[in-house]
Write a protein that binds this ligand. Structure first.
Ligand code: GLN
Length: 337
């Protein structure tokens, strides 16, 4: 087997990464913009000042600043990891055909996006695609489906992730829109399992508690070819990690995914509780948590800290540099330089 080649370079040394994580945290503390999500009532009671930043390297080193160990519900970030688990089970082509990989350009909970695309859920990072993805997790019962998801996401984090019962109940009581999306997908023949049961499992997966450090380790697992760099467990195949990152690059930050890629140059996924996971393939994962969100639902401080780290750690996958050449005009012969 030939070795997989990943994007160039490596992270700076331990002390430098540690210093930059602290600096990214300090820098983003300057902004107080954004609003905490309230459409899930329980999320409105969070302390808006909580702010944690964490970087996990593919060699297992973990760096933290601020409230990196404070827990919050993973929300939409779960979509990325459930998608990876389903790709691992069903393979690239089936999942591509059933779910799709194109951005909708519309809000994450859009019903119109489904209608505009003849019932196609479009991609796994919006609610329609995520509910359809959850329904694809192979299982004989809803409980088994939930257990597999909880176990799989825990393997990404390297510790058992627990449900926040209050967030779950609060969302389950108010998620009429997601239930409507599930039933609409069923009407279009895009979901085989019981749609309301799939929405329930989806609501549970969104209510799993994680910290910024958990997100960093989960991201580092996708950066490390599917092996959790802290526990050493292989969670998914390297090709699945790669496919997941490719989907995140174009869809991870909702209708602002293009701006995110332009500014930060890395695949990432955000959630409405204020978390963002970002992955630097072959290098590591970044986890951030700050509950104040921009208009489309992405953490304001989280975006700023991630941008700081992408630039200062040299993570941007589109960064271009000039190669050292001999005198111009220059052509490279097959065997000589
Ligand atoms: N559970 C939330 C929902 O379905 C997740 C949304 C999000 O994080 N963007 O609405």
């Amino acid at each position: 087997m030939t070795a997989v080649r990943v994007s160039t370079g490596s992270l700076p040394g331990w002390e430098e990464v540690d210093r930059l994580v602290v600096e990214a945290h300090r820098d983003a503390l300057e902004t107080h913009e954004g609003e905490v999500a309230t459409y899930i009532p329980r999320l409105a009671s969070v302390d808006p000042e909580l702010f944690g930043v964490s970087v996990a390297e593919v060699d297992g080193a973990v760096h933290t600043a601020g409230d990196a160990h404070a827990t919050f519900s993973i929300q939409s970030i779960s979509k990325a990891f459930v998608y990876a688990l389903v790709c691992e089970e069903l393979g690239h082509d089936t999942v591509r055909e059933r779910i799709g990989v194109n951005n909708t350009g519309l809000a994450f909970n859009s019903v119109m996006a489904i209608e505009l695309n003849d019932g196609h859920p479009m991609n796994p990072m919006v609610n329609a695609g995520a509910i359809a993805t959850t329904a694809l997790v192979p299982a004989r019962s809803t409980d088994e489906r939930w257990e597999r998801i909880q176990r799989g996401l825990s393997a990404f984090a390297g510790r058992r992730l627990e449900l926040d019962g209050e967030v779950y109940t609060s969302e389950a009581d108010t998620n009429q829109r997601n239930r409507a999306i599930g039933i609409l997908l069923q009407a279009y023949g895009r979901i085989d399992a019981d749609p309301l049961a799939a929405v329930d499992v989806y609501t549970r997966q969104c209510s799993l508690l994680v910290s910024a450090t958990d997100l960093a380790v989960m991201g580092a697992t996708l950066a490390d070819g599917g092996v959790n760099p802290v526990t050493g467990e292989r969670v998914v195949a390297a090709s699945v990690a790669r496919d997941t990152l490719a989907v995140l690059a174009s869809t991870g930050l909702y209708e602002r995914s293009g701006e995110w890629l332009f500014e930060i140059g890395l695949p990432g996924k955000s959630g409405v509780a204020g978390g963002i996971v970002t992955v630097s393939p072959g290098k590591g994962g970044i986890g951030v948590f700050s509950p104040r969100l921009d208009r489309v639902g992405n953490s304001v401080r989280g975006q700023r800290a991630t941008r700081f780290l992408s630039r200062s750690l040299g993570l941007d996958v589109f960064a271009s540099d000039t190669h050292e050449h001999g005198p111009y005009p220059y052509t490279r012969e097959k065997d000589g330089r």
